[in-house]
Structure formats: C-alpha cells, structure tokens
Design a protein around this ligand. Sequence first.
Ligand SMILES: [Zn+2]
Length: 128
Amino acid sequence: MAMAMTEPGTLPCLQVAGIQVYLYLDADDHVVRVAVHLDTTDEELLASDGTVPIEVVVGDTIVMDHTGRTADTVLCELLDSADEQQQQAIRDAAITAGLLWRCTCDWYNPGDRPRCDSCASHRPHAVL
Ligand SMILES: [Zn+2]
C-alpha cells in the first residue's frame, strides 16, 4: 500500500512497503532530486544479505537495476576485468556512447561531468 504523507515543514513523501521516497527540486544544485530512505523498509522485502532490491527507471531506461548496477559501475567492472588492449577498446566504445569523455590532460571522465575530475577543465563542446 502506498501512502502520500505531508507534514508541515517537511518534504512531500511517498511510502511503499516502509520505503520512503522524497521528490523535490533542489534549488541550490538546480536538480530534481529523488531521495529514497530504506531504514524503515518492511522486513519481508529485505534480501538475505539485508539489502533492498531496487530498480530505478527514467523514461524507458533502467538507470539502476535490482543488483544496484549503474552504467558507471558496469563500465568499472568491464575495465577492471580487461587487459590494457581491451580497456582501450572499452574506453573508445564508452566515449562513442557518451558514457565517458577524455580531457586534454588524458583523464577519462564520466559522460555527465561538466568538468574534468583531474584538472577541473571544462568539458570541450562536441564537434558536429
Ligand atoms: Zn583534465
């Protein structure tokens, strides 16, 4: 059963199986934030390791599956299990797919980062 809860001075909250989900605009970061609180999850929903299986879907895209994998974690797993030659092929494909971009300092950054994690340079505009 889902319940919508709103108390004065708090963010609107939707609760399903004890899981509380908050959806709000963060004016400082200019983002729509979805915050999921799992500390009150119903026990029957917990996996044997105590985790809660969650899948996050945006539009038609699964951005996190029930294993907790995201595009970033899958890419890291692929790179960790590959040899040097395979890593370059994976990075090239990830750049083509928009999952990575390469800075002029040669650092590979996640595709959604506007600045380089290593040197803080702005991401160059894509060449069309
Ligand atoms: Zn850089």
